[in-house]
Design a protein around this ligand. Structure first.
Ligand code: ADP
Ligand code: MG
Length: 264
């Protein structure tokens, strides 16, 4: 379980995150929503390790992680994607995953990369729906496929699809995993967005704790088990999608009074 307690983050005089507390349990898909500049990305960066919090505590699986480097957090099962697609564009889709899956054994020489973790990387590609594009260069990928690859890369970082180690133990099994997705469906058209969100949701159903930000309400209502609303660095509300859709302050400050969670 992720526990965020009284999280505070200043940038100079700007209080980007101002005393935020919440939890995300294994198997839960939780949306963090709120206006631009509310502090969503800053929260993520504090949890994943790109920013050091100015105050408060972050616990994962019962242990403080807020002073650990991102790589150490990843070893403990905390992975994130970024709002802007971050991939190796000169490599193919499959090679991007092979590269990540091989880093546990040291970075391979480019000429052997194609023989590394082929089966596991191929399985992971299929899981994020990219099997048809395995040998396409990332540079020319359609945007929607890049967003799927980002998700695949975050899963590879978590050891998903990793082969059993020589002693026959699969390291990823029963390991707690937290996936932080900053606008995973940003820029996608509605159909593609909803398909991607179903994929995200399926990861939570498998037991991953998922926390994501999103601006499109169709990717929040109907997907998230729980919604957190951040406004001006503070948690204005949290609850089920239904509770949030009816919350007077959330409606007046963010969703708008005419908001209808039943929209298509
Ligand atoms: P959101 O993701 O909800 O749009 P952010 O977390 O990106 O919001 O930003 C919250 C506030 O913190 C904004 O006022 C933003 O300008 C400020 N901020 C974010 N990152 C930095 C940074 N690296 N340096 C200075 N100010 C920042
Ligand atoms: Mg943001």
């Amino acid at each position: 379980m992720l526990q965020v307690r009284h999280l505070v983050k200043y940038f100079g005089g700007v209080k980007a995150v101002d005393g935020v507390s919440f939890e995300v349990r294994a198997g839960e898909c939780v949306a963090l929503i709120g206006p631009n500049g509310a502090g969503k990305s800053t929260c993520f960066a504090c949890i994943a390790g790109q920013h050091r919090p100015s105050g408060g505590e972050i616990l994962w699986a019962g242990q403080r992680i807020d002073a650990l480097a991102p790589a150490r957090r990843l070893q403990r099962g905390v992975a994130r994607t970024f709002q802007v697609a971050q991939t190796f564009e000169a490599l193919t889709v499959l090679q991007n995953l092979q590269l990540l899956m091989s880093t546990g054994h040291g970075l391979p020489a480019w000429n052997v990369l194609d023989r590394v973790s082929v089966e596991a990387a191929t399985q992971l590609l299929a899981r994020v729906g990219l099997q048809q594009l395995a040998h396409a260069d990332v540079l020319g990928l359609p945007y929607g496929a890049k967003k799927r690859l980002e998700l695949g890369i975050a899963l590879a970082g978590l050891g998903e699809g990793a082969p059993a180690d020589p002693r026959g133990q699969a390291p990823s099994i029963a390991r707690p995993r937290l996936l932080l997705l900053d606008e995973p469906a940003a820029g996608l058209a509605e159909t593609e967005r909803l398909e991607l969100m179903q994929l995200v949701k399926s990861l939570a159903v498998e037991g991953v704790a998922v926390l994501y930000t999103e601006h499109n309400m169709d990717a929040v209502f109907g997907v998230a088990d729980r919604v957190l609303v951040l406004i001006e660095g503070q948690l204005a509300a949290q609850g089920t999608p239904d509770e949030i859709a009816r919350h007077p302050e959330v409606r007046s400050r963010y969703l708008g009074h005419s908001f209808d969670a039943e929209m298509p």
